[in-house]
Design a binder for this molecule. Structure first.
Ligand code: UD1
Length: 354
């Protein structure tokens, strides 16, 4: 069987890792297409190296742009690639512009397309990721859902007969890397002492970075937290802070470059807590047993809210106290699977091939 994966942004490389290994173990022919949405070494290459993902077979090199320009550039380049490789399945991941471009190209060429991480919903129509998820789910032939909640959303939209629950491939990679990095103290960027309490933070979503007043209030709130905040700055955050003349220094914040995946897992495992607007990081904090505070009005990963592991604080009303709260004592019920989702993906694709 031949599967063609389309990826382009950092969280998709993480999801690709366990899937690529499962396909290799199953003896599938696997073509990897990188759209080039993320192109900085720290946002792309390090993930392929650290997670031992085979080099992409095709690199479209589209780079950054407005949503339409970026998605359109991918669409323009994908037809020829898909026609050349003629896979049994096109596999798209998550909710980025690379996801919707891949799904749309495949469906228009009458190629079977499967969506991994299907059925997530924020019900916030202002998020570009929400458009990407909904449109991809309705275009795809096979919907590979990570959770029961995602399955229920798909059923509500009339998509039950195309949906299969496979579990969450991010659990696979998170647990593998957690076990590999072990209990050692992480090497943290200068300014953070791993022997003392610290928080890990990332901020990159448009609704938090693109309005200067909003971004300023987030930076001020992080600077007021009563312990060091390791802010792993996405290029978008750096660009917006420079544009709006927002100084990232001056309080608790210690700014550093994005970390590779194993470094991130180690940093979170040893932290007192996480403050983020990233979907993946909310769930990684949960899987690693670290409390998370999410600077958004809603989350797709609603299971993380149970027992107080994750708390939403969009208005930044009590961030100083919330961010440093103690680790909950409630038991987690493993809603994201047992770390074997990628094998399930490989089996379901084989069982449903046309
Ligand atoms: C994208 C995804 C988002 C995901 C995030 C993970 C969409 C709509 N959004 O958001 O769902 O959570 O990736 O990181 O697809 N840039 C660089 N170097 C890079 C990549 C980006 O400098 O390697 C800068 C550019 O200024 C670019 C900006 O970051 O314009 C935004 O990048 P883009 O890929 O458009 O969206 P993300 O914010 O990364």
């Amino acid at each position: 069987m031949k599967v063609l994966s389309i990826v382009g942004a950092r969280p998709q490389f993480v999801k690709l890792a366990p899937v690529a290994h499962a396909f290799s173990a199953a003896g599938y022919e696997h073509v990897i297409v990188h759209t080039g949405q993320h192109y900085d070494t720290r946002m792309s290459d390090v993930f392929f190296e650290d997670l031992q993902i085979p080099e992409p077979d095709v690199h479209l090199g589209v780079g950054s742009g407005s949503h339409g320009v970026q998605t359109g550039a991918m669409l323009g380049a994908l037809d020829a690639v898909l026609e050349e490789h003629a896979p049994d399945w096109v596999l798209v991941y998550g909710d980025t512009n690379s996801t919707i471009a891949g799904a749309l190209s495949a469906v228009k060429l009458h190629l079977a397309v499967a969506h991994l991480e299907a059925g997530l919903r924020s019900f916030n129509r202002r998020m570009p990721e929400e458009h990407n998820r909904v449109l991809t789910d309705h275009a795809a032939d096979l919907l590979l859902a990570p959770t029961e909640v995602a399955m229920a959303h798909l059923a509500d939209e009339g998509l039950a007969d195309r949906s299969v629950m496979v579990g969450d491939v991010m659990t696979d990679v998170c647990f593998l890397v957690r076990d590999a990095v072990g209990g050692q103290q992480p090497a943290l960027p200068q300014g953070i002492d791993p022997a003392n309490d610290y928080l890990v933070s990332t901020i990159h979503r448009a609704e938090n970075t693109d309005d200067p007043a909003r971004l300023r209030s987030i930076v001020d709130a992080l600077n007021d937290v009563p312990m060091p905040v390791l802010l792993l700055a996405h290029p978008r955050l750096v660009a917006r802070c420079a544009e709006f003349e927002i100084d990232l220094h001056g309080g608790s914040i210690v700014t550093a470059n994005p970390l590779p995946y194993p470094g991130m897992v180690a940093a979170v495992m040893h932290s007192r807590g996480v403050v983020t607007d990233s979907g993946g990081l909310q769930k990684e904090a949960y899987l690693l047993g670290v409390p998370c505070t999410t600077l958004r009005t809603e989350t797709e990963w609603v299971e993380t809210l149970e027992g107080g592991w994750n708390v939403l604080d969009p208005e930044l009303t009590s961030l100083s106290e919330l961010a440093v709260r103690s680790t909950p004592t409630t038991t987690q019920r493993a809603p994201y699977g047992d770390g074997r989702a990628a094998q399930a993906v490989a089996s379901v694709l084989a069982a449903r091939v046309r």
